[in-house]
Design a protein around this ligand. Structure first.
Ligand code: KG4
Ligand code: ZN
Length: 328
């Protein structure tokens, strides 16, 4: 079966065309650049950008896939979690397209999309899988016992890992989003330059806001020249603390569940130091999505929908956007 999938939960408009077997025929993504000068996502600007981009990107995705509208057998869209105004664009567009074509549609959970992103790179992979989901909005440990059967282990109590990168970057005077910038800068820095405190949180929970505050106080104590000349060292030390805390809890879960596979997914899974450290610890049992499926994309939404459509599922006409939609 061939389907079209739409992702508009935050500041990326993305449309993909997929075929059974987690085959991606096309995946076009446009990141909204207008947010950079504000140092974070402005919801109203995101909604407007989605409205502007959704139609031309859908046309482009179909054209690149070499698929005509009449060949489609289903439409998938992200229904949450995310920004309400942004989600609504995808939900309304997706439902309308499906209704016009007379085919079923499915509202997909964005977090489940990130979990399924791994099947786009490893189509034969099967659960059980232990997941560390690390993005701009989420930091969660999830055990997928079987397809669509999840055990929620824990999440962050305050900031997400991506937020820790972005907010830390702001304090260091780096552009938004700062995750990739800190990653690059850290390669030239000494990660043992300063030891930032690691939060001790209960069970499988995480906390990053204390780390951000300790960076703020550390920077306040230094003069400008010192910060300028040691920017890469400070960035590398800060990044090391984030990676350390993520590894600590992932290791704890790995020891408890002894899964055959551990997957790290979401935007922060692009981080090269995280990839290096996790590889050292988990070796061949560790998998990552390809970089283009780490950050927000429609192909991962389509991956969930393909599997659900094949089980005979579809959404009712009154389904709407759900900004705080939980995974389970
Ligand atoms: O998954 P994603 O695209 O969007 C959300 O659903 O949030 O993740 C975006 C987050 C941002 O916070 C960004 O700074 C972070 O992922 N990120 C990185 C890297 N690339 C993206 N963080 C650290 N290192 C990277 N290389
Ligand atoms: Zn995401």
């Amino acid at each position: 079966m061939k389907i079209v999938a739409i992702e508009t939960s935050c500041d990326e408009t993305s449309v993909a065309v997929l075929e059974s077997g987690f085959k991606v025929l096309s995946n076009v993504t446009q990141t909204h650049i207008e947010h950079a000068k504000f140092g974070g996502v402005v919801p109203e600007l995101a909604s407007r950008a989605h409205i502007r981009l959704i139609y031309p990107l859908t046309r482009l995705a179909l054209e690149r896939a070499g698929v005509e509208l009449k060949e489609l057998e289903g439409v998938a869209f992200t229904r949450g979690p995310g920004l309400i105004g942004s989600l609504l664009v995808g939900v309304v567009f997706g439902k309308t397209l499906a209704q016009a074509l007379g085919i079923p549609f499915l509202g997909v959970n964005h977090l489940e999309g990130h979990l399924f992103s791994i099947f786009l790179s490893y189509p034969d992979l099967k659960p059980p899988i232990l997941y560390l989901l690390v993005s701009g909005g989420h930091t969660e440990l999830i055990y997928m016992e079987d397809f669509f059967k999840y055990r929620y282990l824990g999440r962050t109590m305050d900031d997400a890992a991506g937020e820790a990168f972005d907010k830390g970057g702001k304090l260091l005077g780096l552009p938004y989003p700062s995750g990739p910038v800190i990653d690059r800068l850290s390669k030239e820095g000494d990660r043992n330059f300063h030891k930032f405190p690691r939060a001790k949180t209960p069970g499988y929970t995480f906390s990053f806001s204390g780390l951000k505050t300790s960076l703020l106080y550390y920077l306040r104590k230094q003069d400008e020249d010192f910060i300028k000349s040691h920017l890469a060292d400070i960035a590398a030390s800060y990044q090391e603390a984030i990676v350390d805390m993520l590894l600590d809890k992932a290791q704890m879960a790995f020891e408890e569940f002894k899964p055959p596979v551990i997957a790290v997914v979401g935007g922060v899974s692009m981080n090269s130091r995280l990839r290096e450290v996790f590889k050292e610890h988990f070796g061949d049992k560790l998998v990552f999505p390809e970089p283009r499926y780490c950050t927000d994309n429609a192909a991962m939404i389509g991956a969930v929908a393909l599997k659900r459509f094949e089980r005979g599922e579809s959404s009712p006409l009154d389904i709407s956007a759900s900004p705080n939609l939980p995974l389970v």
